[in-house]
Design a binder for this molecule. Structure first.
Ligand code: GDP
Ligand code: IMO
Ligand code: MG
Length: 427
């Protein structure tokens, strides 16, 4: 049976959490395969609002087994804080499975993240400061600490000593900070080891066996295509693979088992942190989208930069991920505009680009070429079928669909589960 991936198609915060939750009751496993607690997913169920960071949004669905895959970086303190907070609200978190091969975020990597950003000054990335980048760097450098290391103190100590040989030099000699103490780091990493132990397993095996039994596995991406370390707007990216390829490497599910790739795309665009953003608005329209869309980060509370829909990016995301279906979210936020601009191409130094420029400098210089669509004034938050939408809203969706390279199967018209129009079933 199918493995399905949910992928952010822009710069994050497209509404992946809501999309996962929509499918949660119909899938057997929801897997987080990349990133860590840099993610922030909001899920609204009735009057209850949940903010999830490290846990996959599927944890809110009673019959679904949530899994943290090998591609994730785990802050163990945050994991238990999040689990405790959910448990206090009556959510059953007992089924969570955690990959033995996932990497652990040590406190020295949180320090490096924050201090490196300050050091970069005007070249900073605007990271979430959670230690994500330095932990993935350690993984690639082969000095990372993995979940399985927490269950063998001798090995853990040897690995921490090895990592700190390098980190201490960096922290003291480059960043003028104190060297971390090996004992303190080991103690801090061991603090929750026994509580973690029963959750830990070979999640790749677990998920492939589930697929063999015809069960459904949903792979929930954190971050998004344009923040992917390979395919995003490098260096203004996160440090993991947020695209559908990453769904395979970060979970141990082979590409051939992935049947469907669902791209989540906002009806406009937002970005948190630094980096290029061709359709960014600095005028009253930007302020309007920010206010009506409540565009503030779930993780850091930072204001999200806002701009119009960018079809070049949507097409790129469709291509890179092999998107089979798009979920277009937050269409309701566009209500009440005289006309709605859509970026259909870029102009770079007088040359039109219909596809993403391969060159970073070109993307930084890209000026949007807009097409304008007539707006609508009717409240669409109660629309439940495509036909319930006013004609101009329908035309906007159809135009965006035509430009984006895959069908728009679901349209979001509000934050709640109910505020959803399904044109084609996602399962
Ligand atoms: P994620 O990181 O991709 O899961 O997205 P976030 O949760 O960070 O941000 C998306 C925000 O939009 C959340 O506050 C959601 O509750 C909200 N949201 C999702 N879909 C819709 C929609 O169709 N309309 C409106 N108005 N809000 C939505
Ligand atoms: P979700 O899953 C939006 C951004 C940060 C920064 C860059 C690198 O909620 O869509 P990092 O801490 O990852 O090293 O920061 O990536 N970023 C996000 N932006 N949504 C996210 O997650 C993000 N996760 C990271 O703002 O620009
Ligand atoms: Mg988010």
């Amino acid at each position: 049976m199918p493995a399905i991936a949910i992928i952010g198609a822009q710069w994050g915060d497209e509404g992946k959490g809501k999309a996962t939750d929509l499918l949660g009751s119909r899938v057997d496993y929801v897997v987080k395969f990349n990133g860590g607690n840099n993610a922030g997913h909001t899920v609204v169920i009735g009057d209850e609002k949940y903010a999830l960071h490290l846990l996959p949004s599927g944890i809110l669905s009673a019959n679904c087994t949530p899994v943290i895959g090998n591609g994730v970086v785990i802050d163990v303190d945050v994991l238990f804080e999040e689990l405790d907070a959910l448990e206090a609200r009556g959510v059953d978190v007992g089924k969570l499975k955690v990959s033995a091969s996932a990497h652990v975020i040590a406190s020295y990597n949180r320090s490096v993240d924050k201090v490196a950003e300050r050091f970069l000054g005007s070249r900073r990335i605007g990271t979430t400061g959670r230690g994500i980048g330095p932990t993935y760097a350690d993984k690639m450098n082969r000095i990372g600490i993995r979940v399985q290391d927490l269950f063998d103190e001798k090995i853990l100590r040897a690995k921490v000593e090895g990592a700190l040989e390098l980190k201490s030099q960096i922290l003291t000699k480059i960043y003028n900070r104190r060297a971390p103490d090996v004992d303190a780091v080991v103690e801090e990493l061991l603090a929750h080891a026994e509580r973690l132990r029963p959750m830990v397993c070979d999640t790749g095996l677990l998920l492939n066996q589930a697929l063999d039994r015809d069960e459904t596995v949903l792979l929930e991406g954190g971050q998004a295509t344009l923040l992917d370390v390979d395919h995003g707007t490098y260096p203004f990216v996160t440090s993991s693979s947020a695209t559908s390829g990453g769904a395979c490497t970060g979970s141990g599910i082979p590409p051939r088992r992935l049947d469907r790739v669902i791209g989540i795309v906002k009806a406009y665009t937002t970005r948190v942190g630094e980096g290029p953003f061709p359709t960014e608005l600095f005028d009253d329209f930007g302020a309007h989208l920010s206010k009506v869309g409540a565009e503030f980060g779930v993780t850091t509370g930072r204001a999200r930069r806002c701009g119009w829909f960018d079809a070049v990016i949507a097409r790129y995301a469709a291509r890179v991920n092999g998107v089979t279906d798009f979920v277009l979210t937050k269409l309701d936020v566009l209500t009440g505009l005289e006309q709605v601009p859509v970026c259909v191409a870029y102009e770079v130094d007088g040359v039109r680009h219909d596809e993403m420029p391969v060159n970073q400098t070109d993307f930084h210089h890209a000026k949007p070429v807009y097409e304008y669509f007539p707006g609508w004034w009717e409240d669409i938050s109660e629309a439940r079928t495509f036909e319930d939408l006013p004609k101009n809203a329908q035309d906007y969706v159809l135009a965006v669909e035509k430009m984006s390279g895959a069908r728009i199967s679901v349209v979001g018209v509000g934050p709640s589960r109910a505020a959803t129009i399904v044109r084609h079933d996602l399962l």
